[in-house]
Structures are given as structure tokens and as C-alpha cells.
Design a protein around this ligand. Structure first.
Ligand code: NAP
Length: 549
């Protein structure tokens, strides 16, 4: 037996089960995970319900879709060849380019043959006798695997509002995350959009340019700040390439894994004039600086937050011609930066156009969708196209959709009925041999930076299992409780704890997610602290995790 292949490299016949690892989801995290597994020669595959890779970048094809991380901090850091070859053409890459990038990576690393598209796992059942998962797929197949890496995406389950008459509409309607791959022409059309979150704030200025008329239905205003995007030419790209190591090191040292880092001064140690000077500079700079390079007190202190909020409100008033519209666009129920900050390109100026109208549905709610449009308590509207930009069942939505059964047949969605409980945002007590990437209670971070950290923790865990002949891991109840409590306590001093945000589980369209049913969806202490917790968790042979054979 000395030359027998190690379990991860055995054939299915030798092992008696189909795969050593099945990765669910071919987005940013899933791509890197399969790369690490294939480097080790592990018998692994990726399944994805979409017809191609990219996850969020496959789904979200709406006009204006782009990330608001600097492109060169968003790409993978692990391959010098890819860093040398890829040219980001914009500081904040638009969706088509990001999807092209992910496909480029897949082809460069020969990963496509290890991916299966158009297949959805409807159920995952753990067999305690054999320490194996069985995945029941919607094409009728059942696949067995020792480990599952779930990379289903934190914002992958769109939620539609529950408004009477939605099926009656005779025009074209869709959720923003399901923008048709063959997009309808909006030229000259009457378009309605419900929602003013980060997605709608990207869509509105783009659609405004094309549509005959655009009506925006806003329930709550959202603070937004300029993206300040620009092209990257060959010279700048070369300069970025020369700086890549420095860029990634910097990202690893900041709370949100961006190059932006908080101003080290205290809000109260500088004069109001100096604060204004800083904000004037940050508001006009590219990216999240106004949020992440600001004074930390704006996230914790009501007075500091009120001052920055008033500053941003002034900037909005300066950009919107009609003072009444400007006031409607300024949030009154929460302060700046308390919810996830959308970055925008010409959002406020869109409302200066003759063909754009903002309708306040907080004072005159939508009563019903009609055959030709919708009716609020005050008015009737007619549309050719109606877009629901109404958000996602964040973090747990993708998990609730799959019938996941762990030890003793326990159902994951029952365990999480009142909110997620995890160990490190990656493992779940009594759901053994399953790892989550991008799951609930991970650190809030520039997504790919966080993904790489997670995959670089998961892969050695698997190697440890194979090396020691273990066939099952299960996070103990004690470490899970301690982690979940630490996540919860982390919100204590933060203004976000009161926010109506998907980060704290708010979604008015889902039962049990209404305001007040707080869910602690993100580890709020930042990426640096999170990385330390991961290091500690791996020390002492993963002492917080039961490993058995
Ligand atoms: P979202 O932030 O949850 O916003 C949903 C919007 O729809 C809100 O304005 C909400 O109003 C409204 N809405 C929901 N249900 C409604 C109903 N029944 N009636 C009327 N209005 C309703 O969702 P999102 O805009 O899709 O953004 C989600 C997250 O995706 C972002 O926070 C961000 O993390 C990510 N994202 C990232 C980027 C990027 O990287 N640049 C771009 C887009 C999205 P209320 O506020 O009143 O609930």
C-alpha cells in the first residue's frame, strides 16, 4: 500500500465516492479555491447553476454595473503571470471587463475542465456512517464528496417586493440582478425603477441617458458619494504592476482590505476647518476614501456622524438643481456611512434632467402594480419597462434555498432561523465537512482580498485532514458560540447596529428580516483582526474543531 495514492488524488473507484471536494459556485472565491485544489492534484469539481463562471459578475449585467474597489486591488494576487499580463482599463472596472478577467484567469490556469455549469444543488445530505456528503442536483444526478466548499455568494439571492398585481404587468419587468443577457432597448421607453440602493444608484444615471422617461420610486434615501472613475493607460498600468506587492501588503494591513486607511487623528483633535479640508479632498478623490480614510469617530459617535452627514448633505444640495428634490435625496433616518455606502457617477445630476422624476413612496406608497404600470396612493404611472432594484436575501438566502442536512439530520435553515451562527464565518457546528467562503460572519472586506485569505485558510485545513487520515471536521459548539458572541459584541459601539441594512439582516420583503430582527451578518472588527483569529484557529492543530476518522 506504500505507493497507494493519497485520498485526495485517488480515482473515484479507488476512493468509493465521486469527489474529494465539491466547490459550489464559480465566482471569485470558487475560482481561487479550485485553483488551489487542482495545484494539489485533488479530485475536485466546481458546480454552478449559472451557464458560465463569474457569480455576481455573471448575474449583474445592469447598465452601470461595476465594482467600487480599485480594479488593481480587486484582482487576484497569487499569480505573477496574471498580474503581469492583465491590463485593467479603468480604475473601477465595469462588469463586462471583470467577467472577461475572471474568464481570462480560468483559461490561463486551465480550470474550465473542472467546472460544471447549469447545475444546481437542491439538497446536500451528510452521511454520518461514511463521513460523506451527497449532493442532489437538479439534473437528476447525485454526487458524493468528502468535503463541500460552499461559495454561493453573500448577495446572490435577489428579493422582489410583495406588491399586489406584480403578475399583471404587461410590459417588461425584472429584478436588477436578472437584467436580461439580451438587454431590451430602452431608447425612448418609459422606465420605472423601484429602489435606491447601491445597484439603483449605478443604474439610474445610465438609464436616464437612454430612456424617454425614467421614474425613480424611493422609499428611503441613501447616502452616496462620487466614485471619480478614470481610465488606466499603459503607463499607469505599468506603474501599478511595479507596485503590486506594495498594494497587496497595504490591503492586508487595513481594516477593509483597501489601500484607503482611516485618518489616524481623532475627529476632536482637529478643528472644524481642518475636518472640512480633509472632506473636500476625499470627496473629490477616487473610491471609498470619504468612507474609509475618514475619522473613525464617524462610525461610532453621533456628533461626529452628524457633522459629516451635514457636509455630504451640502454637497448633494450643490449638485441637485431643484431644492425639493435635493431634500428628498438627503437621508433623514440615518447618518452618512452607517449603511453600506454606494459610490456613484452622475447620480445626483441625473435628477437635473427633464426626463427623470423622483417619487417619494414613503409618503405616498405603491398600492399595486397594474397592467400598464403602477399606482401609488396619489397617482397612476405607465411604463414599458419596470425594474425592481430591491436588494437581496443577504448571506443566508443562498443557504436557505438548499436543503442542507448535517448530523442527526439537522437542517441548516432551522439552525439559522433566528440568524446565522458560525465559527469564523466559515464552519457551522453539526454541519461537518462543509466550509463557507463569503458566508455570514466573515469580515467586511474588499471581496477578493477576503476570499484569498479564506481559501488560504481552508486549503491547509484540508491538507491537515488528509495528512492525518481524518475524515470529518466539526466546529465545536463552544467555539461557535464564542465566535458568534464576539461578532455580536463587535457591533456594540458602532452606529451601524441601528441601521436598516442587509449587513444587520434588514430586508422588508422577507419574514423575520424586518427592522428589529437584527442578524449579525458580518464580523465588524475588520480584516486585520479577522486574519489574527484565523491564525489562532489553525494553531494547536485546529483545537476548536473536532477532527475524527
Ligand atoms: P439594497 O441596498 O438592499 O437596496 C434595495 C433598495 O430597494 C432600497 O432602496 C430599498 O428601500 C428598496 N426596496 C426594497 N424593497 C422595497 C419595497 N418593497 N418597496 C419599495 N422599495 C423597496 O440592494 P442593492 O442596491 O442591490 O445593493 C445591495 C448590495 O450589493 C450593496 O450594498 C453592495 O454591497 C452590493 N453592490 C455593490 C456594488 C458595487 O460594488 N459597486 C454595486 C451594487 C451593489 P429601503 O432602503 O427603504 O429598504
Amino acid at each position: 500500500m506504500a505507493n497507494a495514492p493519497r485520498p485526495p488524488t485517488q480515482t473515484a473507484e479507488e476512493a468509493g465516492y465521486d469527489y474529494e471536494v465539491i466547490v459550489v459556485g464559480a465566482g471569485v472565491s470558487g475560482i481561487y479555491q479550485i485553483k488551489r485544489l487542482r495545484d494539489l492534484g485533488v479530485r475536485a469539481t466546481v458546480i454552478d447553476s449559472n451557464d458560465g463562471p463569474g457569480g455576481t459578475w455573471w448575474n449583474n449585467r445592469y447598465p452601470g454595473a461595476r465594482f467600487d474597489s480599485e480594479s488593481y486591488t480587486y484582482g487576484y494576487s497569487f499569480s505573477q503571470e496574471i498580474l503581469d499580463e492583465w491590463h485593467w482599463t479603468e480604475r473601477f472596472s465595469p462588469q463586462p471587463e471583470t467577467l472577461r478577467y475572471l474568464n481570462f484567469v480560468i483559461d490561463k490556469l486551465d480550470l474550465r475542465e473542472h467546472m460544471q455549469f447549469g447545475v444546481r444543488a437542491d439538497a446536500m445530505t451528510f452521511d454520518e456512517e461514511r463521513d460523506l456528503w451527497t449532493l442532489s442536483l437538479d439534473d437528476g444526478r447525485e454526487l458524493s464528496t468528502r468535503f463541500v466548499v460552499s461559495a454561493m455568494g453573500p448577495l446572490s439571492m435577489p428579493t422582489l417586493p410583495k406588491i399586489e398585481g406584480m403578475d399583471d404587468f404587461e410590459g417588461i419587468s425584472f429584478h436588477s440582478a436578472n437584467w436580461p443577457h439580451d438587454p431590451p432597448s430602452l431608447a425612448g421607453k418609459r422606465v420605472g425603477i423601484i429602489g435606491t440602493g447601491a445597484t439603483a444608484i449605478q443604474i439610474i444615471p445610465e438609464v436616464a441617458k437612454e430612456a424617454g422617461h425614467l421614474t425613480v420610486f424611493q422609499r428611503r434615501a441613501n447616502w452616496a458619494a462620487p466614485l471619480n472613475n478614470s481610465p488606466i493607460d499603459e503607463d499607469e498600468m505599468n506603474a501599478i504592476r511595479a507596485r503590486y506587492r506594495e498594494i497587496f501588503e497595504k490591503c492586508a494591513s487595513t481594516p477593509a482590505a483597501f489601500e484607503h486607511e482611516p485618518d489616524p487623528r481623532s475627529f476632536y483633535d482637529v478643528s472644524p476647518e481642518e475636518r472640512r479640508e480633509l472632506w473636500d479632498k476625499l470627496y473629490d478623490e477616487p473610491g471609498f476614501g470619504i468612507h474609509l480614510a475618514n475619522f473613525l469617530e464617524i462610525f461610532t459617535d453621533e456628533e461626529a456622524n452628524a457633522e459629516i452627514s451635514e457636509y455630504i448633505a451640502e454637497r448633494i444640495r450643490g449638485r441637485v438643481d431643484d431644492p425639493e428634490v435635493a431634500e428628498l435625496l438627503i437621508p433623514k433616518d440615518h447618518g452618512f456611512g452607517v449603511q453600506r455606502l454606494p459610490l456613484e457617477t452622475g447620480y445626483y445630476e441625473a435628477y437635473n434632467r427633464d426626463n427623470v422624476e423622483l417619487v417619494d413612496i414613503a409618503t405616498a406608497p405603491i398600492e399595486r402594480i397594474t397592467e400598464t404600470g403602477l399606482r401609488t396612493t396619489e397617482r397612476e404611472f405607465e411604463f414599458d419597462v419596470l425594474v425592481y432594484s430591491t436588494g437581496f436575501d443577504a448571506f443566508t438566502g443562498a443557504y436557505d434555498r438548499v436543503d442542507i442536512r448535517g448530523l442527526g439530520g439537522v437542517k441548516l435553515s432551522d439552525l439559522w432561523a433566528r440568524g446565522p451562527e458560525t465559527y469564523l464565518g466559515m464552519l457551522i457546528h453539526d454541519i461537518p465537512n462543509l466550509v463557507m467562503l463569503g458566508g455570514p460572519q466573515i469580515a467586511a472586506a474588499n471581496f477578493p482580498r477576503g476570499s484569498e485569505v479564506a481559501v488560504d485558510w481552508v486549503t491547509p485545513l484540508f491538507e491537515h485532514m488528509w495528512e492525518h487520515g481524518h475524515t470529518r471536521f466539526n466546529a465545536t459548539e463552544a467555539v461557535q458560540q464564542a465566535w458568534t458572541e464576539e461578532v455580536k459584541q463587535g457591533y456594540a459601539g458602532l452606529l451601524i447596529r441601528k441601521a436598516k441594512s442587509w449587513i444587520t439582516g434588514y430586508n422588508s420583503n422577507l419574514e423575520g428580516h424586518e427592522y428589529g430582527h437584527t442578524r449579525y451578518n458580518l464580523f465588524p472588527l475588520g480584516g486585520v483582526e479577522y486574519a489574527k483569529r484565523l491564525q489562532t484557529a489553525a494553531a494547536d492543530d485546529y483545537s476548536g474543531i473536532d477532527l475524527s476518522s
